[in-house]
Write a protein of this length. Structure first.
Lengths: 171, 163
């Protein structure tokens, strides 16, 4: 396989080389080697996770009509939007810091690759499908579609979370 | 037997070692503990932000609260169950850990804070909810809760780095 696609291994090597030279930049060294650098970055990642997933959860629960319906779907979607976007920004920024500070933990990690794929799918689904569903209150579609959309959304986002956690346990 | 000795005994019981030595159980329990954050702490944070007047302000908080508190009960049940199991597997290491102790104190204070809110402010919520803005006391409870929950997350994450 390596003979058949030398460009693949070559680009992998040069990527790893580039990543490792970046990771010697002082702020990354501080995050990696100081006593509280990594826990601090991960704490921000977890706070972002808490906010991001609770906004997704509230939206999905409302889409399937679980819980009280005293407020409209589009109202809820508008209220949650800045918090979802802010949390995504915090998660990506803190995630990039971890990745760039310790690239060796991630480049060969299978759960990490799965996480990146699921993250792309989750983002596409969220902004391509779910956000369109929540623009109006009046739904002229079968409930099964709503349930499917909410389940897919939750499966993708929590899949990203589980894949992220698996990085620590599976090579 | 001192509390420390008891913690060490607990960590070395067959039940505890079965969890910590299992390839699947420990990651599953730890993952569940972390991914229950939005369902428990997340719901409370949304409520705190609403009470502080930072977010979700142009709708009635009372209705949001009833919706949220129901889900958060399930989230906190998962949290205490998985947290208890994690503690059993690492009781001896957790005992002297400053971050673990701080986390426990924060959780205790958060419990008291929630009880005060429930007793003093919640019963009259319908009255002040229609008028814009919560009373100062309720806002204090919300701010206190927000800051301490952030502290719980930071301490919980940091303590594992010291084991």
């Amino acid at each position: 396989m390596f003979v058949a696609a030398p460009w693949l291994t070559n680009s992998d090597m040069s990527l790893l080389f580039a990543l490792q030279s970046w990771s010697s930049w002082a702020p990354f060294v501080f995050i990696r080697d100081s006593k509280y650098g990594m826990p601090a970055v991960q704490s921000f990642h977890l706070m972002g996770l808490t906010i991001l997933l609770v906004t997704v959860l509230l939206l999905d629960l409302r889409v399937v009509g679980l819980g009280r319906r005293d407020y409209g779907l589009s109202w809820l979607a508008r209220q949650l939007k800045p918090w979802t976007l802010g949390a995504i920004a915090v998660m990506i920024f803190s995630g990039l810091l971890m990745f760039l500070a310790t690239p060796g933990k991630y480049v060969d990690s299978r759960p990490f690759r799965l996480k990146v794929v699921l993250l792309c799918l989750a983002l596409l689904f969220h902004f391509g499908v779910l956000r369109r569903f929540t623009k109006t209150d009046s739904a002229a579609r079968p409930r099964a579609v709503d349930v499917l959309v909410a389940c897919l959304s939750l499966t993708l986002w929590f899949g990203v979370g589980w894949a992220g956690r698996a990085i620590a346990f599976i090579p | 037997m001192s509390l420390f000795e008891w913690c060490q005994w607990l960590q070395h019981t067959r039940f505890a070692t079965a969890i910590s030595e299992s390839d699947y159980l420990f990651p599953l329990i730890e993952g569940s503990h972390i991914l229950a954050l939005p369902l428990s702490v997340g719901m409370i944070v949304i409520l705190d932000l609403r009470l502080l007047g930072i977010a979700f302000c142009d709708g009635p908080a009372g209705k949001l609260v009833l919706n949220l508190l129901r889900w958060s009960k399930f989230g906190f049940a998962v949290m205490f169950l998985t947290g208890g199991l994690l503690l059993i597997t690492q009781a001896g290491k957790a005992y002297g850990n400053a971050f673990f102790r701080t986390k426990l104190i924060f959780l205790l204070l958060l419990g008291i804070n929630a009880a005060v809110y429930q007793k003093v402010f919640y019963p009259k919520m319908a009255q002040w909810d229609s008028a814009r803005g919560a009373p100062a006391g309720a806002k204090f409870c919300a701010g206190f809760s927000l800051v301490l929950w952030i502290g719980v997350i930071v301490c919980g994450r940091t303590m594992a780095y010291q084991f």
